[in-house]
Design a protein around this ligand. Structure first.
Ligand code: UDX
Length: 434
């Protein structure tokens, strides 16, 4: 199959690279010539484990190309995937479809033979029909179908998620388009992964419903964590006991400093907007968003309490600032709430993060960046663990405590426990829901 992938952001690049690994002929297109030049030089613009290897392999085999030329990429393609950004619009929580519609119009002008125009970006219900109308209006003579093919990959595990998905969702309404989509994903079906074909609206909604549900599990356990602290329960035990019920499941029940990233915050607020627009308020999702905002502030209170209510002039070491491990992504990371508040209150914040500096430096002004946790702990009055990178899971706590001016720890990912922290010399240890 010949595939054009419009947009080389996270989803576009990973999908394009993986489709080429299936054996398809893929051209990835982006409007940024700088980005395309880097990709053609073999440079991967994001940190995603394994992506560089798969990209190099398929680039060398000639199945994967990068270009700024939409027309050339679309010419003769069996399927054109649109995977441009749909950020939250400032002010109203809507998904901003400017890039998507602009890309669709470019694609329409470039269509030659029959092609399926597939939306991979996460888009509000009804968007695929709007795309179809726009294509029709721009090119009444064109022969095309539209399809919705939402992507569920997790950052840090994107290749694995793409190659071994829990499911592939395809919203499609003609047999001709279904056949093309089936052919594209055929390498997966050979290994028997479930695929579900739906109408366009259902495919669009599955993505929002799935992400909002996962975010609900997180906000739920974070709220239970606050209650655990008040009543003297342990949220890890509670989550374990809940999760043993197969209907609930043990995943996404880790209490922490709140969810972040490019999907949950954006998709929950978009779903809330979609509900409002259609007169069906998404009350649970709205509560999930409020709880998540409150969790981040609650974490700040925790840190302030640990520091006896004042951080002015104090050296504080923050371990991990990306929204989760194995990514350099800082979008909506809890660190963006906590670090500026500490800096604003006069703390001297030091940061250690294996990948966060490139994006984080500009976002967290006033903090200093360090490589080694033990060196950075020198004279610190508190350590805050914000992201559970593997590098922070087996720290020598005695060595850390020994380096600090006053050994106190806020372990906001529940990596350690109080007994071991105290045994290592920490005079105060707080975590979440324990
Ligand atoms: C998510 C979905 O998992 C994926 O299917 C979708 O396509 C995009 O959004 P991602 O944002 O990459 O993927 O990360 P994920 O691993 O799901 O974590 C999201 C956030 O939730 C992180 O901030 C993480 O720390 C937090 N989280 C996750 C918790 O706080 N507790 C948990 O139990 C799980």
């Amino acid at each position: 199959m010949k595939i054009a992938m419009i947009g080389t952001g996270y989803v576009g690049l990973v999908s394009g690279v993986c489709f080429s690994d299936f054996g398809h002929d893929v051209v990835c297109v982006d409007t940024s010539s700088e980005k395309i030049a880097k990709l053609n030089a073999g440079e991967v613009p994001i940190y995603e484990p394994g992506l560089d290897t798969v990209m190099a392999r398929n680039f060398a085999a000639g199945r994967l190309r990068f270009s700024t030329d939409t027309a050339a990429a679309v010419d003769g393609a069996d399927a054109v995937f649109i995977a441009v950004g749909t950020p939250t619009r400032r002010g109203d929580g809507h998904a901003d479809l400017t890039y998507l519609m602009a890309a669709a119009e470019d694609v329409a002008r470039a269509l030659t033979g029959y092609a399926v125009v597939v939306t991979k970006s996460t888009v509000p219900v009804g968007t695929n029909r709007r795309v179809a109308d726009l294509l029709q209006l721009t090119r009444p003579d064109a022969d095309f179908d539209v399809a919705s093919n939402p992507e569920f990959l997790r950052e840090g595990a994107a290749i694995e998620d793409f190659m071994k998905p829990d499911r592939v969702v395809i919203g499609v309404e003609t047999d001709r388009a279904k056949k093309v989509m089936g052919e594209i994903y055929r390498p997966l079906f050979l290994r028997d992964f479930p695929i579900t074909y739906t109408d366009l609206e259902s495919a669009e909604l599955i993505k929002y419903a799935a992400n909002a549900f996962l975010a609900t599990k997180i906000s739920f356990i974070n709220e239970i964590a606050a209650l655990c602290e008040r009543v003297g329960a342990n949220v890890k035990s509670v989550a374990k006991g809940m999760g043993m019920d197969g209907r609930i499941g043990n995943k996404f029940l880790h209490a922490g400093p709140g969810y972040g990233g490019s999907c949950f915050p954006k998709d929950t607020s978009a779903l809330a907007r979609i509900g409002q627009e259609h007169g069906i308020p998404m009350r649970i999702t709205e509560a999930v968003i409020l709880v998540n905002d409150a969790v981040k502030r609650r974490m700040l209170d925790k840190v302030m309490d640990l520091c006896d209510g004042a951080v002015n002039g104090k050296q504080i070491l923050v371990l991990g600032v990306t929204f989760k491990p194995n990514t350099d992504d800082m979008r909506e990371a809890p660190a963006l709430t906590i670090v500026p508040a500490l800096v604003g209150a006069g703390a001297k914040v030091r940061i250690v993060d294996p990948q966060g500096k490139r994006e984080g430096e500009a976002l967290l002004p006033g903090a200093s960046w360090h490589e080694d946790p033990y060196e950075a702990a020198a004279d610190a009055e508190a350590i805050i663990i914000l992201t559970e990178w593997n590098e922070f899971r087996a720290l020598d706590l005695s060595r850390l405590a020994g380096a600090m001016a006053s050994p106190k720890m806020a372990d906001l990912r529940n990596i350690y426990d109080e007994a071991e922290a105290v045994a290592a010399g920490f005079t105060a240890y707080v975590s979440v829901g324990r």
